[in-house]
Design a protein around this ligand. Structure first.
Ligand SMILES: C[S@@+](CC[C@H](N)C(=O)[O-])C[C@H]1O[C@@H](n2cnc3c(N)ncnc32)[C@H](O)[C@@H]1O
Length: 247
């Protein structure tokens, strides 16, 4: 499964859910506020900008935002909300593609670093973030904590969400740290719609080591955008890495 094939025109058209899910004000509001604070007075670069779920409100909040994105259909959706001069986007792979200029903030949210399926690509992604930052600049990652405690010995799949009309099921290859998320949407008919996405999961400690390889220090880690304490039970984290300022 290649990312370009996953994030096709159909996925792009279904992605936005204005006002609900990942587009709910209580989800987006704190994320945008925190990112604006971390950008200080500089510009931000979003890796895997998608349809601009975060970039559009962040730009409206007064932070200049540029994006890097692999999928043309996702960018076409973004273009229904913001033009090229408001939010410029470079088409390419976030692990290797260069965007013009320097930034005080690079951010990569909604678990998307895990869309890179090898450790090498994930380290490259950190290095690419570092290349775009000014001294003292920050790289912010939002990522889920791998849920291997839900996987009984000998089993390779877990249902992580089950509700009327939707089942979320993950299949694991623990040897390669790979998980494929299966999203089944169904109604009263015999038909179901399936969206699948492959990921390489990363433990927080491995993420910190990748950051160090690229010259970052961990500045902060919280369980959410509002600053809740990160604990052993946290299911997700927002980690802020920083290039040391020049002294
Ligand atoms: C879950 S969406 C997140 C989009 C957006 N950041 C958001 O928070 O809504 C994942 C996005 O990552 C993009 N993507 C996946 N792999 C990528 C890569 N290697 N380089 C750039 N974009 C990538 C996909 O095309 C898709 O738009």
């Amino acid at each position: 499964m290649q990312q370009e094939k996953i994030w096709d025109a159909d996925a792009a058209q279904r992605y936005d859910t204005p006002g609900s899910g990942m587009f709910a004000p209580e989800v987006l509001g704190p994320a945008v506020e925190r990112l604006a604070e971390l950008a200080e007075d500089g510009a931000a670069l979003e890796f895997a900008i998608g349809t601009g779920r975060v970039a559009v409100p962040l730009a409206e909040r007064g932070v200049p935002v540029t994006g890097i994105e692999l999928s043309l259909p996702m960018v076409e959706q973004l273009r229904t909300k913001a033009d090229e001069s408001t939010i410029p986007v470079v088409i390419g792979d976030m692990a290797t593609t260069a965007a013009p200029g320097k930034y005080t903030l690079v951010y990569l949210v909604y678990n998307t670093i895990s869309n890179l399926l090898t450790q090498d690509e994930q380290v490259q992604c950190f290095r690419n973030a570092a290349r775009h930052l000014t001294p003292g600049g920050r790289f912010v990652i939002e990522l889920w904590v791998p849920e291997l405690r839900r996987l009984p010995p000998g089993r390779t799949a877990t249902v992580w969400q089950s509700e009327p009309g939707y089942i979320g099921l993950d299949t694991y290859d623990v040897l390669h740290q790979h998980v494929v998320s299966h999203h089944f949407h169904f109604d009263d008919t015999q038909q179901a719609r399936l969206f699948r996405s492959p990921h390489r999961y990363i433990w927080p400690a491995e993420l910190d080591l990748m950051a160090r390889l690229a010259g970052f220090e961990l500045e902060a880690r919280h369980a959410d955008w509002a600053g809740a304490e990160f604990t052993a039970e946290s299911r997700s984290h927002v980690s802020v890495y920083r290039i040391p300022p020049i002294r």
